[in-house]
Design a protein around this ligand. Structure first.
Ligand SMILES: NC(=O)c1ccc[n+]([C@@H]2O[C@H](COP(=O)([O-])OP(=O)(O)OC[C@H]3O[C@@H](n4cnc5c(N)ncnc54)[C@H](OP(=O)(O)O)[C@@H]3O)[C@@H](O)[C@H]2O)c1
Length: 214
């Protein structure tokens, strides 16, 4: 597929033991310096994409705040259209472009989000077809996307081999917990073959930023 789809960068902060949140869903792993790095990345892409659980658990704004710059379009994967209209992304959608991606079989009442300023894309029968979604986003002029998790969303992108770059911050915490979300969830690969090339390593006080390319 190849280059009419947007360039996809996966960005996350992980603990030393590879988790992106604690077992209770706390994910504030980044230092202020790392947040600045993350927001610099956000301002240089056209869109930021997350899964529904991340919106439900973190209630993020997904904007550029730690640096000056343009907000990317916010894209949320939510096949059933079950997000709370009170979430920050939805309640700010009249000011910041926001796309809710649902499946073709999502209930008709997802249209209620339109009155909140949200654009709806229906893509995939029961589950969201992300390959198809990227083609739709490409046609809309979206050239670069940052995927910011969570672990399930990350898995779908890896599974479909849609990640072009990975920017990972290793934060100086150990989180543990069999139920704590890892960088990549899902069923996982059965063999060790999905490799990336290490392009850059940067040290930020107690954090390490790893930059890989496909
Ligand atoms: N440290 C970090 O950098 C970081 C960043 C982001 C999130 N997090 C943490 O990650 C945790 C949430 O991760 P998570 O794995 O539970 O959930 P997630 O990836 O945020 O959301 C997954 C949900 O998105 C929906 N979805 C629909 N179509 C999808 C598709 N094709 N691909 C992927 N998702 C699709 C699915 O729900 P439906 O089936 O209902 O559609 C799926 O269950 C939170 O605790 C959050 O704090 C950490």
């Amino acid at each position: 597929m190849e280059k009419s789809r947007p360039h996809v960068i996966l960005s996350a902060a992980i603990s030393i033991d590879g988790k992106i949140a604690t077992r209770t869903g706390r994910s504030n792993l980044s230092s202020r310096k790392d947040l600045i790095r993350m927001h610099n990345l956000r301002k240089n892409v056209d869109a930021i994409l997350v899964g529904k659980n991340t919106v439900n658990i973190d209630n993020p704004l997904l904007t550029v705040r730690y640096v000056k710059g343009r907000n990317p379009i916010r894209i949320i994967l939510d096949s059933k259209g079950s997000l709370s209209p009170k979430s920050k992304v939805i309640s700010t959608a009249k000011k910041i472009p926001t796309i809710l991606v649902v499946s073709e079989n999502a209930p008709r009442n997802v249209e209620r989000f339109i009155t909140k300023g949200v654009e709806i894309i229906r893509c995939g029968k029961n589950k969201i077809n992300i390959k198809k979604l990227l083609m739709i986003l490409g046609k809309k002029g979206i050239k670069r996307i940052v995927v910011e998790g969570g672990g399930t969303t990350n898995w779908y992108f890896f599974k479909e081999k849609l990640i072009d770059e990975i920017v990972i911050t290793i934060a100086p915490y150990v989180v543990g917990g069999i139920n704590a979300i890892s960088l990549v969830e899902g069923i996982g690969f059965s063999d060790v073959s999905n490799s990336f090339k290490l392009k850059k390593i940067k040290k930020l006080q107690n954090e390490i930023i790893l930059h890989y390319v496909s």
